[in-house]
Design a protein around this ligand. Sequence first.
Ligand code: GRF
Length: 220
Amino acid sequence: PRIVVLISGNGSNLQAIIDAVQSESLNAEIALVVSNRKGAYGLTRAANAGIPTMTVTLKEFKDAGKTRVDFDLDVAARIKNWLAQSRSEADRSSNGTTAVDTPDLIVLAGWMHILSPDFLQQFPPGQIINLHPALPGAFDGAHAIERAFSAYKEGKIQETGVMVHKVIPEVDRGEVVLQERIPILPEDTLETLEDRIHKVEHRLIVEGAKAILSRSQASR
Ligand code: GRF
């Protein structure tokens, strides 16, 4: 199976997927990594692992007077075209057509751009998953860890968590594939909480990918 990973920053979750593929714990190939930010360290991680990368920035579209949907559709087209042209020659000759391929799974790993329905409609439903460092419905959107830590300091919550969910147009909503609760401790700083959360993320994102790929294999 072929996976495409979308990133915006450090790429520690991408690294977890790379490591799982390399250790053969995850039976898949990362066919492409797409970043919406030049200089995202995750691009270096991909290059070091010999994985093709693309960078597409919203700024270049805005500067050209184009819209967010134009950006989204361009990213979708690049993914499909890359998958189609990188299919092995054998495949191409066997079925003759140059059918545009879609990946078996798209993973949003630290991807900080809300994807429009136009993007989602380019791919089979349920084939895009997102990692979000909060429990379902608790802290949708950006800065979820900081917001959870503040809520803890105000005595509103005692724990937070991480989830992997299927992507739908509503931000950080969609069917939950996996979730894990994480305690917040009295001695925690934002950094110690973030560290505990990231360790869970790195495990959950690989398990989430496995869950989706095994379902789609099973449904063959
Ligand atoms: C993670 O908490 C991720 O869930 C959030 O950004 C953080 C960094 O992710 N969206 P990564 O290290 O870039 O994978």
